[in-house]
Design a binder for this molecule. Structure first.
Ligand SMILES: Nc1ncnc2c1ncn2[C@@H]1O[C@H](COP(=O)(O)OP(=O)(O)OP(=O)(O)O)[C@@H](O)[C@H]1O
Ligand SMILES: [Mg+2]
Length: 249
């Protein structure tokens, strides 16, 4: 085996795949005096770093648990005029995470709450901000399981490490007082320390019936709303778009 082949094998073994892919082209450039060896080595190392950065981003996005991969480019603002594009752009700057503020998306089914929350979450994950997406039901189930197995504190601490937590679909199912209590614990730990995005189909005045306890519901809302951005989406369901188009025709 030639040293060239051994070099390719070594690069593969060392997982330096960007360098391995580009090395034939760079060797040509060096031998034809288009690049100095130093420039070639430097550019190859940049390519490898770039690949690693992209891999790290895609790992962050993958582990965050998003329900789908949709960004703001996939969102049709013309369909949902009540959504203020400038406000969403500001949230996408991730300033709210630095400021430890919360975001609440309110609106009926299909208006784009999960889409927008996910788009912001993906942007955060791409910027290497530890992010996790839960449906409210899954989150409560996990907390309940942790409590019954005597590891609630550990679980809450783990969730608290996420700089951005997205909790989707509060309001579709009612919860008992012990669930409300668990949620209160989570929210009070994050208060003024970490950002949370919430989506809900219920107006905030209905939260006392979701949590079956007005005192806890108020305590949760008080903390969530203190430093928050409220995006109230009033419009038609995007899921019904085609049906609406058909009726209009
Ligand atoms: N304005 C929009 N432009 C493009 N796609 C949209 C828009 N609004 C919603 N969608 C798409 O429609 C579907 C439903 O939107 P989404 O899941 O965000 O609704 P939702 O408000 O969370 O509803 P639900 O309360 O039922 O969960 C998704 O596939 C989403 O990507
Ligand atoms: Mg949704």
């Amino acid at each position: 085996m030639t040293n060239y082949n051994k070099l390719l094998n070594n690069l593969e073994y060392l997982d330096l795949l960007a360098i391995k892919d580009s090395i034939p082209a760079y060797l040509n450039m060096i031998t034809s005096d288009q690049k100095t060896v130093v420039d070639a080595l430097y550019e190859l190392s940049e390519k490898e770093l770039d690949l690693r950065h992209k891999r790290a981003i895609s790992a962050c996005v993958k582990t965050a648990g998003f329900p789908f991969y949709k960004t703001i480019d996939d969102f049709d603002f013309n369909f949902q005029p009540s959504v203020d594009r400038a406000k969403i752009s500001d949230l996408l700057s991730l300033r709210f995470i630095e400021n430890k503020e919360n975001v609440l998306f309110l609106g009926s089914s299909g208006v784009g709450k999960t889409h927008l929350a996910t788009a912001i979450g993906i942007e955060a994950a791409k910027n290497r901000c530890s992010t996790h997406f839960y449906t409210f039901q899954d989150l409560i189930e996990q907390l309940k399981r942790a409590e019954s197995e005597g590891r609630l504190e550990r679980r809450l601490k783990m969730i608290d490490r996420y700089k951005l937590l997205i909790i989707d679909e509060i309001g579709y199912v009612n919860f008992d007082r012990s669930s409300a209590n668990l949620f209160f614990q989570l929210i009070s730990r994050r208060y003024e320390d970490r950002s949370t995005i919430i989506t809900t189909n219920q107006s905030l005045s209905k939260w006392s019936s979701i949590f079956q306890d007005p005192v806890i519901a108020n305590a949760i809302l008080d903390r969530l709303l203190h430093h928050s951005h409220i995006i109230n989406i009033v419009g038609q369901s995007y899921r019904m778009k085609d049906v609406i188009d058909m009726i209009d025709e």
